[in-house]
Design a protein around this ligand. Structure first.
Ligand SMILES: NC(=O)c1ccc[n+]([C@@H]2O[C@H](COP(=O)([O-])OP(=O)(O)OC[C@H]3O[C@@H](n4cnc5c(N)ncnc54)[C@H](OP(=O)(O)O)[C@@H]3O)[C@@H](O)[C@H]2O)c1
Length: 283
């Protein structure tokens, strides 16, 4: 097997494995022998799943570098909110010495939407720091030290206990617009949001309304819709919104290459692939 780097791919008719962020519309005809399509990122929402030939297996990136970056970002955001740093930054601008009550992590209820490779790793760190942690996923999960909730029936109870909500859901038809007014209303008054999933999961107008009404206290957004966020967007100027340019975590080539090679070996042996996407579910 000879690896080739785009655009020097030689005869595309012979390519069996492709690692890429985006795919051409005519993938099936351009690469008639393609067996595996690796996303170079953790998500696969950038692909048109319906346009991928059925013979091609789609694999998302599950690698230690992405996981580490996400654990760092979310832990930082949660600790920042838990220790009232947004309020202290505002107080400093006013030159006000204004101590707030110090709460322990055990008194802070953090909830993570999505208990996949990233949600699980984030929760393990939050549990280690002593937070009262909960999670929500489609199917039932059991994670040490985490109050796990599953499905639409248990979403209300999960939200009702969550003071800091972290979104780590994949973007699918079912999760588009999920962070909306109805969901915010189910959180306790004054809850905060850390959004690290995908921009189209958030209804930005609903977030701004919830912040202005005091239903939400703060929002940390690493993803927006569109990206980059236009300079005129009101999210930029809101005093209780912090925005980073989709940098929460990124694929680290060194560790990711090992994972791709391991998956190629698994494929050759006919074994299950790590990160294989279920096209019907969309993630
Ligand atoms: N901001 C960034 O820099 C950045 C970086 C990397 C990834 N991300 C985002 O993070 C997402 C999650 O990554 P991951 O590797 O953890 O994904 P994953 O392993 O596929 O896990 C997805 C989780 O979401 C749950 N889920 C999906 N649809 C749901 C629904 N409709 N209702 C309830 N739960 C649902 C799944 O439930 P089940 O457990 O029942 O399957 C699973 O627990 C990615 O898709 C990407 O969008 C962002």
């Amino acid at each position: 097997m000879r690896p080739r780097l785009w655009p020097e791919i030689g005869d595309s008719q012979q390519v069996r494995y492709l690692a890429t962020w985006v795919a051409p519309d005519d993938l099936g005809t351009q690469f008639p022998k393609l067996e595996l399509l690796f996303s170079t990122g953790a998500g696969v929402d950038q692909f048109d799943l319906a346009a991928l030939p059925p013979r091609v297996s789609l694999v998302r990136m599950v690698e230690p570098g992405i996981v580490r970056g996400m654990v760092e970002y979310v832990t930082h955001a949660v600790l920042d909110l838990h220790r009232d740093m947004p309020a202290y930054r505002r107080a400093q601008q006013q030159r006000q010495w204004q101590p707030l009550p110090v709460r322990t992590a055990a008194d802070c209820r953090v909830g993570v939407l999505g208990l996949g490779s990233l949600g699980q790793a984030v929760l393990a760190q939050l549990v280690a720091l002593g937070f009262d942690a909960a999670g929500w996923s489609r199917s039932r999960r059991e994670l040490p030290g985490v109050h796990c909730h599953a499905g639409d029936d248990e979403q209300g109870a999960f939200l009702a206990r969550t003071q800091i909500l972290v979104c780590l859901l994949p973007l699918t038809d079912a999760t588009r617009g999920v962070l909306n007014e109805a969901l915010f209303a189910k959180l306790p008054r004054g809850a905060s949001l850390v959004h690290v999933g995908r921009g189209p999961q958030l209804v930005a107008a609903d977030l701004l309304r919830a912040l202005d009404a005091g239903q939400l206290a703060e929002a940390v957004l690493d993803v927006t819709d569109p990206e980059p966020l236009p300079a005129t967007d009101p999210l930029w100027r809101h005093p209780r919104v912090r925005i980073t340019p989709h940098i929460a975590s990124m694929t680290q080539p060194r560790t990711a290459a090992r994972v791709v090679i391991d998956n190629l070996r698994r494929h050759a042996r006919g074994e299950a692939l790590v990160g294989l996407v279920d096209r019907a579910r969309g993630y």
